[in-house]
Design a protein. Structure first.
Length: 424
């Protein structure tokens, strides 16, 4: 109990299976005789526990495999977009902007790249947020029966479903059925294990969707079906090119066509790994639906990389570092959803905002919120600048960054001295 309380004090949520595993490695004899740990055993335990960031060895090994798979240049580091791919493989749909904020918390050297140690720390932080959700649901369902505190077996399915992490209730049913019909209330560790096992199975079954939401998948399905007129579930070369053209992905040179052929086989390989049905043979003239979904994921990732490169170039132009860009993005998102209720606004932050923008009136509210007044002269000056930055009547995020740089460089409304006074 003292060991658990110590770990909780270090901002970990200790799970029994992890604690028992490391105790078995460091103090097996003491564990067998139910004795206390001496200093050396405690030191060894804590060293390994921190080294693994509170994860079981098998979990660390899984994270290492995911990290190595996407560290394609073997630099020992991964970028934001590579991190996005890993999270998607693990079954999480998280926007690139949100991942930048995650990286901010663990990127000790400020490189905007993560080595494995930093990556593991990020996974720990993300895991703690998951466990916080589990605790909240567990506490709302727990009862006390004959001295045992936990969730009654008959309510376990509802308690797992309430987390919203597993989209197929039949998977939850199957996991609950593995437990004895007659048993004491399920404690927190058993509850977390059931949630994790259900999630892993759900991710395995969903892998063929390549991380797309049902709404995104529906869009691709409709486009594929328009081309696949005979409903066979596969299309040929010319049809595939027509489909790619609809998304702006068609190859425009001989080299791009050669690269596309390689990507088709890669998509087939990933579709097979995901256990998708009816996968065509490599170099085949036909190309199936689930192979197209895997190809769409790769082409989407390339698009995201292009956006990331454009943002890096913009950061050089406006001379803001990644942390400052993240802070401005928080401000941008806040005002983008300022008139929505808190729950809706929080969910909306996970969406892609690349085409979203602030109206001119919202921009004025942002400026006024800094404490500056907007008299006729300042308003005219601000509007003149917005005329050069807005797209389709709205200020998108890259325009917002350029506006912030202009405000600071021009000392608009003497904002710099105003900010200095606020700091004091």
């Amino acid at each position: 109990e003292e060991l658990y309380q110590f770990l909780i004090g270090k901002e970990f949520t200790p799970l029994k299976k992890v604690v028992q595993e490391i105790l078995q490695e460091t103090a097996a004899e003491t564990l067998e005789h139910s004795e206390g740990l001496d200093f050396n055993q405690f030191f060894d335990f804590l060293f390994i526990y921190r080294q693994r960031d509170g994860f079981a060895k098998a979990e660390v090994d899984r994270f290492r495999r995911g990290f190595n798979e996407y560290d394609q240049d073997r630099s020992g580091e991964i970028s934001t977009l590579e991190l996005s791919d890993i999270f998607r493989d693990f079954g999480y749909r998280i926007s690139v902007e949100t991942l930048h904020h995650y990286i901010d918390r663990v990127d000790e050297d400020g490189s905007n790249q993560l080595d494995f140690r930093e990556f593991l720390r990020l996974m720990r932080w993300h895991r703690e947020s998951e466990l916080d959700s589990c605790k909240a649901v567990f506490n709302s369902y727990k009862v006390t029966q004959e001295g045992s505190e936990g969730i009654p077996r008959k309510k376990l399915k509802a308690a797992i479903e309430e987390l919203g992490a597993i989209g197929d209730v039949s998977i939850i049913d199957a996991e609950v059925e593995k437990l004895p019909k007659e048993m004491p209330p399920v404690d927190f560790d058993v509850y977390v294990h059931a949630v994790d096992a259900s999630r892993l199975e759900y991710v395995r079954q969903e892998k063929k969707k390549a991380g797309f939401t049902d709404e995104e998948l529906q869009r691709y399905t409709e486009s594929f079906q328009k081309i696949d007129r005979d409903g066979s579930g596969s299309i040929e070369g010319k049809e595939l090119l027509k489909l790619l053209e609809a998304f702006g992905w068609e190859p425009r040179s001989k080299h791009e066509r050669e690269v596309l052929l390689e990507r088709l086989n890669t998509a087939r390989k990933r579709a097979r790994e995901a256990e998708a049905p009816k996968v065509s043979a490599d170099d085949s003239a036909e190309f199936g639906y689930w192979e197209f979904i895997q190809l769409a994921r790769e082409l989407n990732t390339l698009h995201e990389k292009a956006k990331e490169q454009a943002m890096n170039q913009l950061m050089e132009e406006v001379q803001f570092n990644q942390k400052e860009v993240n802070q401005f993005h928080e401000v941008f998102l806040h005002w983008l959803h300022v008139d929505e209720d808190e729950e809706t606004a929080e969910k909306a932050k996970e969406l892609d905002h690349s085409d979203a923008g602030l109206t001119r009136e919202l921009v004025r509210r942002v400026v006024r919120n800094t404490g500056l007044s907007l008299g006729p002269e300042r308003k005219e000056l601000l509007d003149s600048r917005l005329d050069t930055l807005e797209e389709d009547g709205k200020l998108k995020f890259h325009g917002f960054l350029r506006l912030m740089r202009w405000i600071l460089d021009s000392d608009f409304g003497e904002i710099n001295s105003h900010m200095q006074q606020q700091k004091k």
